[in-house]
Design a binder for this molecule. Structure first.
Ligand code: SAH
Length: 350
């Protein structure tokens, strides 16, 4: 059934018009859903009963249901496991920092990118999520936070999947989240992270979106990058960076370059020098993500000193850098740890 959260107001209005309903009903319905947060058509008491039952046959207000919730030992991260109508599973992570409530959403079940260091792509892509299935993840977690009088403050497309390989649904989910009559969530608080899909970046540039962009760089050279990221062979570094530059110029947003730091792979001083040279003339922030362990992979996280030494080289070159001190490792909710789970499998199986 159609997830209601996939709809833009004009589509709801068109459906109502087709049924001969008054146009003001659209406002009433959107108010129930997005302001009152009602998830039951029957509870919308100012709508005629016939319209309520027609709505119930047409669209669902529960496109995903929570299967489980795990909290990390430090209480800063919560992982939500959701079941989709076809039995597939998807995860979202709530990251609580002192001044932020960030939701990390999945855009696909599985991932086509198959990066060497990431659990999400191990079994490839299973299917795209619809816009409504993406919006519902944020909606559900926002609902949870509201019980403690809090709201989702930031959104990152950094869960499972490659958002630019599910472009239409991701674009639509952002339009729905951003729409003043719907979720009214600022684009400035949304970050889309991509493995580097040039046509997707170009489409983003051509759209009127102004979300923050994060590029999963992970290596300062084409030679090393294509060893870690199969997509790099299709979308070479030079062209990729030019596509990102075009987006930055058009959208006026700073770009973050993510760099998963792996011991003995991409963490040498030479790599840091090369990275700095690559980004020197760009308005760039490098976000270092120390590698998070993935079962079955023999990669290692560098020591704290090695991480700091790498950062010091960047800083010396004047490259702004941050380090995502990992949250949620103990519940496998950290970057790259969201793995595919089939219905019926054990929670931690991957
Ligand atoms: N497909 C998108 C979103 C991926 S998740 C992308 O590639 O950007 C967000 C970030 O976590 C990406 O930069 C990804 O490369 C990184 N990541 C994946 N596996 C990781 C791991 N095991 N440890 C640390 N970071 C990882």
């Amino acid at each position: 059934m159609l997830p209601f959260y996939s709809l833009l107001p004009e589509e709801l209005e068109a459906w109502l018009k087709g049924r001969g309903e008054a146009s003001f009903r659209a406002g009433q319905i959107m108010n129930w859903v997005y302001q009152q947060r009602v998830v039951d058509w029957g509870a919308m008491t100012n709508l005629p009963a016939s319209l309520r039952s027609a709505l119930a046959e047409w669209a669902t207000l529960a496109p995903l249901s929570e299967v489980s919730r795990e909290e990390s030992g430090d209480g800063e991260t919560m992982k939500f496991l959701f079941a989709l109508p076809d039995g597939k599973r998807v995860e979202s992570v709530l990251i609580m920092s002192p001044d932020r409530r960030t939701v990390c959403v999945s855009s696909q079940v599985g991932c086509p990118a198959r990066c060497a260091f990431c659990a999400s792509g191990k079994k490839g892509l299973i299917r795209n999520l619809s816009a409504g299935e993406i919006v519902a993840q944020i909606f559900h977690i926002d609902h949870f936070l509201r019980q403690g009088e809090e709201r989702v403050s930031h959104l990152v497309f950094m869960g499972m999947g490659e958002p630019l390989e599910n472009f239409d649904a991701v674009l639509r989910s952002i339009q729905i989240l951003n729409h003043p009559d719907l979720f009214n969530f600022s684009q400035r608080r949304i970050t889309l992270s991509t493995v580097g899909v040039i046509p997707g970046i170009d489409r983003l540039t051509a759209s009127n979106l102004k979300v923050n962009l994060a590029l999963s760089l992970h290596a300062p050279s084409q030679a090393l990058r294509q060893k870690l990221i199969p997509y790099a062979k299709k979308y070479p570094l030079k062209e990729l960076l030019e596509a990102v530059d075009r987006y930055q110029l058009r959208a006026g947003r700073d770009v973050t370059y993510e760099y998963t730091l792996m011991a003995g792979i991409n963490d040498a001083k030479e790599h840091a020098d090369e990275l700095a040279i690559l980004l020197l003339r760009r308005q760039a922030t490098v976000n270092i993500i120390p590698y998070n362990p993935v079962p079955g992979l023999r990669l290692k996280r560098p020591s704290g000193e090695a991480i700091e030494a790498f950062r010091a080289v960047l800083t010396r070159h004047g490259i702004v850098n941050t380090c995502r001190y990992t949250k949620g490792v103990d519940i496998a909710a950290a970057c790259g740890q969201l793995a595919l789970r089939e219905e019926g499998s054990l929670p931690m199986a991957s």
